[in-house]
Ligand binder design. Structure first.
Ligand code: PRX
Length: 649
């Protein structure tokens, strides 16, 4: 497709309806919307019945103690049994559960029967160490099968896992272990990244050095790197190899906590988002089937890391609850060459691909010649998640990767929502490039104004969720007040998502990004406050302000404005040192793209930093209204600083 064709398509505001062949075989038809609208709870009841339960539930939803929801009250189930054993029991033991591909090219094929063995052994081994139900086990791992075994083993025991993304620093890991008060950490010596082993164990050692309550650190041997060893360390293979492969899972209450996942909010430390079992798994399974139109022969690949919610719901729980075959890839898209993903799609005959717009934009920049060298004809469905997908990237994805034949589902959701909430249904929806389109059946999304009043089509405001949904977060770990304040206090009974959104005249929803101080960098959620705290913790920094500026590839880029203490010397390496410092404090994903040393920050007369103006500067735009500034001359100074600093990266 030439550039002018692309321009025309965008200009024409074209929609892409499902092909008649696709629509005819799709799992879900338009009738699902009517069914859910007629009786939302009966609709979710029906979806929950697709799981294996012990005791049936007596009530679908108990919202009497809002916003603390209970779904499938009194029902009992085991999440791990639903993701593993039941597929073996139904005769699918030989079906591949995981095609693992390590970055160096090593592979493992794990059937559902193998998965049952591995998860049972891991569950027995963890029990022997002393892991009990309700425990919080921190998992800090590369993308290797043991990470999935560990998650499912915790679920099997009724213990919560708290997976921390392997790219986070020792400091970030420590604060998460501390908040969850984990007695156990599961990690690896390291993982392979960009052709070399990257260590993980040293970060765990550093994070836990002063945490005496951490009793055991279980270490998977992946890279054979040298590791420091103390009495509390134990090798995964020694522990698990010795364990029995027989494990009978106990049934737990539908509201048994399943995991904590830390995510950035507007203020303060990351929040431990709590999810539970029955409702979470129900919505993961329903959306996996409905949104990806999953069929038993599909080979499905979600490229997210298990350290994020997408990795939880759509690498592990949704697809495994469905008995799907998933691809798990350890490494980066450009190692050892820029065609690695497409090579894997060809090799494993991947039929459903789920990834993030940042990746798509990066591939587009690398050029279509790279994917065109591979046979991508096995693909039949494409998904996007994590940030708004711009129409250009959508069209490129559809044309170059999907060969103009694969529906694209742009799925909007959050760590807090647990599973997809707004998305096209591939057999039903006529898609507009760049829009997540409509709420899924059974989900009641509204766009509201400041007063929380639902807006008409054609208007824009805040995205809100008007009724509870099965996979909703059940709280913030250890902080009920923060849970209520953050999500439920703006408008009574309505969930505040933190995103801006707009209805088109026909009801199509366009997501407009965060309305709070949360940035979205390459689909990763990072708060401005976290980065500001990291900058201020550098010796010699007096004050810092951080904004997310529009960026062609990463969606947003982190731009910092720093005021130094009077005596601090401005060395040539200062800006780089500051960037490295943030990377060390939080992790490479939070490294600012640019930092400007300034004399003052724009503030209102009441002392509030005007981020809006800083964003104008960072995006090189004409300044917006400056009349409320305490000192309008400040902005001229910052502009000067900007020009001098713009070549820093
Ligand atoms: O701003 C929205 C954006 O990502 C935020 C949630 O981030 P996180 O909890 O890390 O979960 C990401 C993966 C589900 C949302 O508040 N977001 C996510 N998906 C989309 C999106 N923005 C626009 N379109 C999407 N499809």
């Amino acid at each position: 497709m030439s550039e002018s064709t692309l321009d025309n398509l965008l200009h024409e505001n074209r929609t892409f309806p499902p092909s008649p062949e696709f629509a005819a075989q799709a799992n879900v038809t338009a009738a699902a919307f009517d069914e859910a609208a007629a009786d939302r709870l009966a609709f979710w009841d029906k979806q929950a019945q697709l799981l294996d339960w012990g005791q049936p539930w007596t009530q679908t939803l108990d919202w009497s103690n809002a916003p603390f929801a209970k779904w499938f009250v009194d029902g009992t189930l085991n999440v791990s049994l639903n993701c593993v054993d039941r597929h073996v029991d139904s005769g699918n033991g030989d079906k591949v559960a995981i095609h693992f591909e390590g970055e160096p090219g090593d592979t493992r094929t794990i059937t559902y029967r193998d998965l049952q063995t591995e998860v049972s052994k891991a569950a027995n081994a963890l029990t022997e160490l002393g892991v009990t139900a309700d425990e919080r086990v921190t998992i800090y791992m590369p993308m290797i099968p043991e990470a999935v075994f560990a998650m499912l083993a915790c679920a099997r025991l009724g213990a919560m896992h708290s997976v921390v993304f392997g790219g986070f620093s020792a400091d970030a890991l420590r604060s998460r272990i501390e908040d969850a008060h984990s007695r156990f950490v599961i990690t690896a010596d390291g993982g392979f990244r960009r052709g070399a082993p990257a260590a993980l164990k040293p970060a765990v050692d550093e994070a836990t050095a002063e945490l005496d309550y951490v009793e055991k650190i279980v270490v998977v041997k992946r890279t054979n790197q040298e590791v420091e060893w103390t009495d509390r360390d134990v090798w995964w293979h020694e522990l698990v190899d010795a364990a029995s492969a027989e494990h009978t899972p106990e049934l737990f209450d539908a509201e048994q906590p399943l995991f904590l996942l830390y995510t950035s909010g507007t203020t303060g430390s990351p929040k431990g988002i709590k999810h539970t079992s029955g409702g979470y798994l129900t919505q993961c399974l329903y959306t996996f089937n409905a949104v990806f139109d999953y069929k038993p022969d599909d080979v499905y690949w979600c490229t997210a890391d298990i350290g994020w919610v997408t990795g939880h719901s759509y690498v592990v729980y949704g697809p495994l609850a469905a008995g799907a075959t998933v691809v798990l890839y350890e490494g980066t898209p450009d190692s050892p060459h820029k065609g690695r993903w497409w090579e894997l799609i060809e090799k494993y005959q991947v039929s459903i691909l789920y990834t993030a717009p940042t990746a798509i934009r990066t591939f587009a920049k690398w050029g279509r010649e790279i994917p065109e060298q591979f046979d991508l004809s096995s693909l039949r469905m494409l998904g996007s998640v994590g940030e708004p997908i711009n129409p250009e990237a959508w069209m490129w994805y559809r044309h170059v990767i999907g060969g103009d034949r694969c529906p694209i589902v742009d799925t909007w959701w959050q760590t807090e929502t647990g599973a997809a909430m707004i998305s096209p249904l591939p057999g039903v929806t006529a898609c507009k490039p760049g829009s997540a389109m409509r709420p899924l059946p059974g989900i009641n999304v509204e766009i509201v104004n400041d007063a929380g009043e639902a807006l008409e089509w054609g208007q824009g405001g805040y995205l809100a969720i008007a009724e509870p949904w099965p996979s909703m977060l059940r709280g913030i770990w250890g902080d009920d007040e923060r849970f209520i304040d953050t999500y439920w206090s703006r408008w009574p009974g309505i969930y505040f998502a933190g995103d801006g959104a707009k209805y088109e005249d026909d009801g199509t929803i366009w997501l407009l990004g965060r309305v709070d101080d949360v940035m979205n960098v390459s689909g990763h959620r990072i708060s401005t406050t976290e980065v500001e705290s990291a900058l201020v913790s550098y010796d010699g920094v007096a004050e810092a302000a951080v904004v997310g500026a529009d960026d062609e590839t990463s969606g947003q880029a982190i731009v910092g404005f720093v005021i130094l203490e009077g005596t601090t010397e401005v060395t040539p390496s200062l800006v780089d040192d500051l960037r490295t410092h943030v990377s060390h404090e939080i992790g490479p994903i939070a490294k600012p793209k640019r930092i400007m040393i300034v004399d003052e920050l724009p503030k209102t007369r009441s002392g509030k930093i005007m981020r809006r103006l800083l964003r104008d500067v960072a995006e090189n735009r004409t300044l917006g209204d400056t009349t409320t500034l305490a000192d309008p001359a400040v902005m001229a100074l910052i502009r000067t600083g900007m020009d001098e600093a713009s070549d820093e990266d």
